[in-house]
Design a protein around this ligand. Sequence first.
Ligand code: HAM
Length: 425
Amino acid sequence: MIKAVRGTRDLLPPDTGLWNFVDAKVREVFARYNYQEIRTPIFESTELFARGVGEETDIVSKEMFTWEDKARAASEKTQALTLRPENTAGVVRAYIEHDLGRSGLLQKLYYIGAQFRRERPQKGRYRQFFQIGAEVLGPPSAGSELPIRDAEILEMLTALLDAVGLKGWTLYLNSVGCPNCRPAYNQALREALATVKDRMCVDCRRRAETNPLRVLDCKVPEDQPIIDQLPKIADYLDADCREHFAGVRAMLDTLGVPYQINPRMVRGLDYYTRTTFEFTHGELGAQSAVLGGGRYDGLSEQLGGPRAPGIGFAIGEDRLVLALQAQQAEAQSPLVAYIAPLGAGMNRHALKLARELRQAGIAADIGDESFRLKKSFETAEKLGARYVIIAGENEVNADAFAVKELKSGEQKTVARAELAEFLRN
Ligand code: HAM
């Protein structure tokens, strides 16, 4: 038997109902904050991620699905292509390619789509997963660099998580500085690591030389006490970065957005500058980050574009859905009514009733007149319907139907004209 590839999975009903609910809610919230959708290709030049995300990151150094794409004609060349492991680099590439900055306005863009990383699969970690993300970028004259962008995006995230009904999240916040202050911090890290790196994992020993900041991402348990003793970036921020971060925090305080400072959170991608953040959720176990993001003021220039500071985030939709499922112990079926035609010749009457209810916006399903009442009730139960409506000859003649609420077992006769209203409440 052929099975889905390791790390990929089929999303099946009824779970897809929750995915669609999340998609619809986030689109609604994005519209309220004046975001518009962007769709970039699922694969890009490998070089985009190497230069954008960074060669030393886990993503680029070991997790990308990359292949050599052979030329098919003399006019083409063989090229290195990669399934996108994230969407920020693609969005910034598109911003540059289509000169989206020419209007002088901020670009507020969102995306929903599949991403690919060759990670070790486990609950909440897949090789194909979905992100809901957004990026705000533009020329500095549009205010793209200002702390209000950071605060607005973090406030929107709380509204977004509220809209889908996620409770119990924690927001962790940090500033990772800028190219002006990072070298001094890197130097301090390098020096501190020189004396302890021999006691650390092989990856950290390498990173201590090549990109010491990445040591802070290390997940090896034995390395953690050593990492906790390393210098903190907060002590190395220059005056502008300190002021920027204080501005963001002051606005969050005024808005009442709760957060915790986590000085170790540098995030696993190289493009970040200044504000970085993650929202975690306790129900998710080891893969607790529901979303992550931050500012990337130099990314456009790094990719050969104009100056275009920006900030964004990506929600792991798989994890968001897992957290929502853990929260609502029993998933609510969207099916309101199951109509049971009772007796020969009743199908057409029942079908007419189903049409009326569906036109009134009520989700309804229907059995068959050959089913015994017991079978109709069992089917309704399995489908997760809230009510069973019996459509027999007496009911049709009286123009009033027996309606039974499955959970309470309560039964009532409701006139046809009032049925939709009754089911809605
Ligand atoms: P990231 O932290 O690499 O950031 O990913 C964001 C979120 O995607 C994670 O918090 C997690 O919920 C989800 N995620 C990542 N890898 C997996 C996986 N293998 N399986 C399931 N979910 C996963 C970025 O991707 C940045 N582009 C975010 C960003 C946008 N920063 C600025 N703008």
